[in-house]
Design a protein around this ligand. Structure first.
Ligand code: CTP
Ligand code: CA
Length: 224
Protein backbone atom coordinates (compact mmCIF):
# COMPACT_ATOMS: atom_id res chain seq x y z
CA UNK A 1 0.00 0.00 0.00
CA UNK A 2 1.23 3.52 -0.80
CA UNK A 3 1.91 5.81 2.17
CA UNK A 4 -0.33 8.89 2.34
CA UNK A 5 1.49 12.02 1.12
CA UNK A 6 2.91 14.26 3.87
CA UNK A 7 0.56 17.19 4.55
CA UNK A 8 2.04 20.50 3.43
CA UNK A 9 3.67 22.63 6.13
CA UNK A 10 1.46 25.43 4.76
CA UNK A 11 -1.74 23.57 5.57
CA UNK A 12 -3.72 25.58 8.14
CA UNK A 13 -1.32 28.55 7.94
CA UNK A 14 -2.36 32.08 6.96
CA UNK A 15 -0.50 33.64 4.07
CA UNK A 16 -0.59 37.22 2.75
CA UNK A 17 0.67 37.81 -0.79
CA UNK A 18 1.00 41.20 -2.49
CA UNK A 19 0.89 41.15 -6.29
CA UNK A 20 0.81 43.30 -9.39
CA UNK A 21 1.82 46.90 -9.97
CA UNK A 22 0.63 50.01 -8.19
CA UNK A 23 -0.66 53.14 -9.91
CA UNK A 24 0.34 56.53 -8.59
CA UNK A 25 -1.96 59.36 -9.66
CA UNK A 26 -0.55 62.33 -11.56
CA UNK A 27 -3.97 63.82 -12.25
CA UNK A 28 -7.52 62.62 -12.81
CA UNK A 29 -6.64 60.80 -16.03
CA UNK A 30 -2.92 59.87 -15.70
CA UNK A 31 -0.72 57.76 -13.46
CA UNK A 32 2.81 56.39 -12.99
CA UNK A 33 3.15 52.61 -12.97
CA UNK A 34 5.27 49.68 -14.19
CA UNK A 35 4.92 46.60 -16.38
CA UNK A 36 4.06 44.08 -13.63
CA UNK A 37 1.28 41.71 -14.71
CA UNK A 38 0.66 40.15 -11.29
CA UNK A 39 1.15 36.62 -12.69
CA UNK A 40 3.89 35.58 -10.26
CA UNK A 41 2.02 36.74 -7.15
CA UNK A 42 -1.25 35.19 -8.34
CA UNK A 43 0.52 31.88 -9.04
CA UNK A 44 1.98 31.91 -5.50
CA UNK A 45 -1.43 32.66 -3.98
CA UNK A 46 -3.06 29.86 -6.01
CA UNK A 47 -0.42 27.31 -4.99
CA UNK A 48 -0.53 28.30 -1.29
CA UNK A 49 -4.32 27.83 -1.35
CA UNK A 50 -3.88 24.40 -3.02
CA UNK A 51 -1.56 23.47 -0.14
CA UNK A 52 -4.30 24.19 2.38
CA UNK A 53 -3.35 27.71 3.53
CA UNK A 54 -5.79 30.55 4.15
CA UNK A 55 -4.62 33.03 1.52
CA UNK A 56 -5.14 36.79 1.34
CA UNK A 57 -4.07 38.27 -1.99
CA UNK A 58 -3.57 42.03 -1.92
CA UNK A 59 -3.54 43.02 -5.55
CA UNK A 60 -2.81 46.12 -7.55
CA UNK A 61 -4.68 46.72 -10.81
CA UNK A 62 -4.32 43.55 -12.94
CA UNK A 63 -6.51 41.67 -15.40
CA UNK A 64 -6.20 38.22 -13.78
CA UNK A 65 -9.02 36.14 -12.28
CA UNK A 66 -8.90 35.48 -8.53
CA UNK A 67 -7.49 31.95 -7.93
CA UNK A 68 -9.91 29.44 -6.34
CA UNK A 69 -10.11 29.63 -2.55
CA UNK A 70 -8.17 32.90 -2.34
CA UNK A 71 -9.47 36.04 -0.59
CA UNK A 72 -8.69 39.07 -2.72
CA UNK A 73 -8.21 42.65 -1.54
CA UNK A 74 -7.84 45.22 -4.33
CA UNK A 75 -5.75 48.36 -4.08
CA UNK A 76 -4.56 50.95 -6.57
CA UNK A 77 -1.68 52.97 -5.13
CA UNK A 78 1.15 51.91 -2.81
CA UNK A 79 -0.47 53.78 0.09
CA UNK A 80 -3.77 51.96 -0.56
CA UNK A 81 -1.94 48.62 -0.85
CA UNK A 82 -0.35 49.19 2.55
CA UNK A 83 -3.75 50.14 4.02
CA UNK A 84 -5.27 46.93 2.61
CA UNK A 85 -2.37 44.76 3.81
CA UNK A 86 -1.77 46.23 7.27
CA UNK A 87 -4.89 44.76 8.97
CA UNK A 88 -3.74 41.32 7.75
CA UNK A 89 -0.22 41.57 9.26
CA UNK A 90 -1.03 40.52 12.82
CA UNK A 91 -2.64 37.17 12.06
CA UNK A 92 -0.49 35.83 9.24
CA UNK A 93 2.22 33.19 9.45
CA UNK A 94 3.86 34.24 6.20
CA UNK A 95 4.01 37.47 4.16
CA UNK A 96 5.22 37.30 0.56
CA UNK A 97 5.85 40.62 -1.18
CA UNK A 98 5.48 39.86 -4.88
CA UNK A 99 4.02 43.24 -5.83
CA UNK A 100 6.01 45.72 -7.90
CA UNK A 101 5.23 48.62 -5.60
CA UNK A 102 6.08 52.05 -7.02
CA UNK A 103 8.89 53.54 -4.95
CA UNK A 104 7.66 57.11 -5.59
CA UNK A 105 4.37 58.92 -6.09
CA UNK A 106 3.58 62.43 -7.36
CA UNK A 107 3.68 64.77 -4.37
CA UNK A 108 0.41 66.53 -5.17
CA UNK A 109 -1.88 64.76 -7.62
CA UNK A 110 -3.96 67.31 -9.52
CA UNK A 111 -7.75 67.08 -9.65
CA UNK A 112 -9.07 67.00 -13.20
CA UNK A 113 -6.71 67.01 -16.18
CA UNK A 114 -3.42 68.90 -16.40
CA UNK A 115 -3.39 71.02 -19.58
CA UNK A 116 -0.26 71.23 -21.70
CA UNK A 117 1.77 74.42 -21.98
CA UNK A 118 4.66 75.50 -24.18
CA UNK A 119 7.17 75.28 -21.33
CA UNK A 120 8.66 72.12 -19.84
CA UNK A 121 6.88 70.58 -16.91
CA UNK A 122 8.28 69.26 -13.65
CA UNK A 123 6.73 66.49 -11.62
CA UNK A 124 7.87 66.27 -8.00
CA UNK A 125 7.88 62.76 -6.54
CA UNK A 126 7.93 61.66 -2.91
CA UNK A 127 8.84 58.26 -1.44
CA UNK A 128 6.17 55.63 -0.93
CA UNK A 129 6.04 53.45 2.18
CA UNK A 130 7.77 50.05 1.92
CA UNK A 131 5.05 47.48 2.63
CA UNK A 132 7.35 44.47 3.01
CA UNK A 133 9.78 46.36 5.26
CA UNK A 134 6.93 47.59 7.47
CA UNK A 135 5.70 44.01 7.92
CA UNK A 136 9.16 42.60 8.43
CA UNK A 137 10.37 45.12 11.01
CA UNK A 138 7.18 44.93 13.12
CA UNK A 139 6.45 41.21 12.95
CA UNK A 140 6.11 38.80 15.83
CA UNK A 141 8.54 35.91 16.35
CA UNK A 142 7.72 33.01 14.04
CA UNK A 143 6.15 35.12 11.28
CA UNK A 144 8.09 34.74 8.02
CA UNK A 145 8.85 37.57 5.57
CA UNK A 146 9.70 36.80 1.94
CA UNK A 147 10.47 39.29 -0.80
CA UNK A 148 11.40 39.53 -4.45
CA UNK A 149 14.36 41.46 -5.78
CA UNK A 150 13.83 42.41 -9.38
CA UNK A 151 17.10 43.56 -10.89
CA UNK A 152 18.15 44.21 -14.46
CA UNK A 153 21.69 42.79 -14.42
CA UNK A 154 24.42 41.72 -12.04
CA UNK A 155 21.98 42.21 -9.24
CA UNK A 156 22.63 39.30 -6.86
CA UNK A 157 24.48 41.61 -4.45
CA UNK A 158 21.50 43.97 -4.44
CA UNK A 159 19.25 40.98 -3.72
CA UNK A 160 21.49 39.94 -0.81
CA UNK A 161 21.36 43.49 0.53
CA UNK A 162 17.54 43.43 0.39
CA UNK A 163 17.56 40.15 2.37
CA UNK A 164 19.64 41.72 5.15
CA UNK A 165 18.30 45.32 5.06
CA UNK A 166 14.66 44.22 5.18
CA UNK A 167 15.52 41.35 7.59
CA UNK A 168 13.87 38.78 5.31
CA UNK A 169 13.80 35.00 5.67
CA UNK A 170 14.11 34.54 1.94
CA UNK A 171 14.47 36.67 -1.16
CA UNK A 172 13.73 35.56 -4.72
CA UNK A 173 16.23 37.25 -7.01
CA UNK A 174 14.61 37.76 -10.35
CA UNK A 175 16.45 39.04 -13.43
CA UNK A 176 14.32 41.23 -15.63
CA UNK A 177 15.29 40.57 -19.23
CA UNK A 178 11.93 41.33 -20.83
CA UNK A 179 11.74 37.96 -22.64
CA UNK A 180 11.93 34.90 -20.36
CA UNK A 181 12.05 36.44 -16.91
CA UNK A 182 10.46 39.25 -14.98
CA UNK A 183 7.36 41.25 -15.87
CA UNK A 184 4.51 40.28 -18.22
CA UNK A 185 5.93 36.95 -19.47
CA UNK A 186 4.67 33.49 -18.37
CA UNK A 187 8.07 32.16 -17.30
CA UNK A 188 10.63 33.14 -14.71
CA UNK A 189 14.22 32.41 -13.67
CA UNK A 190 14.56 32.78 -9.90
CA UNK A 191 17.53 32.43 -7.57
CA UNK A 192 16.46 31.89 -3.97
CA UNK A 193 18.64 33.31 -1.19
CA UNK A 194 17.68 32.37 2.35
CA UNK A 195 18.52 33.76 5.80
CA UNK A 196 20.99 30.91 6.42
CA UNK A 197 23.00 31.77 3.30
CA UNK A 198 21.68 28.91 1.14
CA UNK A 199 21.44 29.77 -2.57
CA UNK A 200 19.14 27.81 -4.89
CA UNK A 201 19.29 28.56 -8.60
CA UNK A 202 16.06 27.53 -10.28
CA UNK A 203 15.97 26.86 -14.02
CA UNK A 204 13.65 28.58 -16.49
CA UNK A 205 10.18 27.59 -15.27
CA UNK A 206 6.59 28.56 -15.80
CA UNK A 207 5.43 30.99 -13.11
CA UNK A 208 3.25 28.17 -11.69
CA UNK A 209 6.27 25.85 -11.35
CA UNK A 210 8.39 28.69 -9.96
CA UNK A 211 5.66 29.31 -7.34
CA UNK A 212 5.78 25.62 -6.35
CA UNK A 213 9.55 25.65 -5.94
CA UNK A 214 9.46 28.92 -4.01
CA UNK A 215 6.84 27.55 -1.61
CA UNK A 216 8.84 24.30 -1.23
CA UNK A 217 11.82 26.41 -0.07
CA UNK A 218 9.64 28.51 2.25
CA UNK A 219 8.07 25.40 3.81
CA UNK A 220 11.52 24.34 5.01
CA UNK A 221 11.83 27.63 6.93
CA UNK A 222 8.37 27.56 8.54
CA UNK A 223 8.24 26.72 12.24
CA UNK A 224 6.59 23.30 12.64
N1 CTP B 1 8.40 46.37 -1.72
C1 CTP B 1 7.32 46.77 -0.95
N2 CTP B 1 6.98 48.12 -0.90
C2 CTP B 1 7.72 49.03 -1.57
C3 CTP B 1 8.83 48.62 -2.35
C4 CTP B 1 9.14 47.27 -2.41
O1 CTP B 1 6.64 45.94 -0.33
N3 CTP B 1 7.38 50.32 -1.48
C5 CTP B 1 8.76 44.93 -1.75
C6 CTP B 1 8.54 44.27 -3.09
O2 CTP B 1 7.24 43.69 -3.13
C7 CTP B 1 9.63 43.22 -3.10
C8 CTP B 1 10.75 43.84 -2.29
O3 CTP B 1 10.14 44.85 -1.50
O4 CTP B 1 9.26 42.04 -2.44
C9 CTP B 1 11.88 44.43 -3.07
O5 CTP B 1 11.39 45.30 -4.05
P1 CTP B 1 12.40 45.98 -5.08
O6 CTP B 1 11.67 47.03 -5.87
O7 CTP B 1 13.17 44.91 -5.80
O8 CTP B 1 13.44 46.68 -4.09
P2 CTP B 1 13.47 48.04 -3.35
O9 CTP B 1 13.73 47.74 -1.91
O10 CTP B 1 12.27 48.87 -3.66
O11 CTP B 1 14.78 48.73 -3.94
P3 CTP B 1 15.09 49.23 -5.48
O12 CTP B 1 13.78 49.39 -6.20
O13 CTP B 1 15.84 50.50 -5.29
O14 CTP B 1 15.95 48.14 -6.09
CA1 CA C 1 11.54 49.27 -5.80
Amino acid sequence: MLAAPEPSALSGKTVVVTAGPTREKIDGVRYLSNYSSGKMGFAIAAEAARRGATVHLVSGPVTLPTPPGVQRHDAESAVEMLEAARPLFADCDLFIGAAAVADYRPETPVEGKIKKHDAEMELRLVRNPDILAEFSTNRKPGQLAVGFALETAGGIDYARRKLTDKKLDLVAFNIYDGTTSGFEVDTNVLTLLDRDGAITELPLLSKEEAAERLLDAIELLLPR
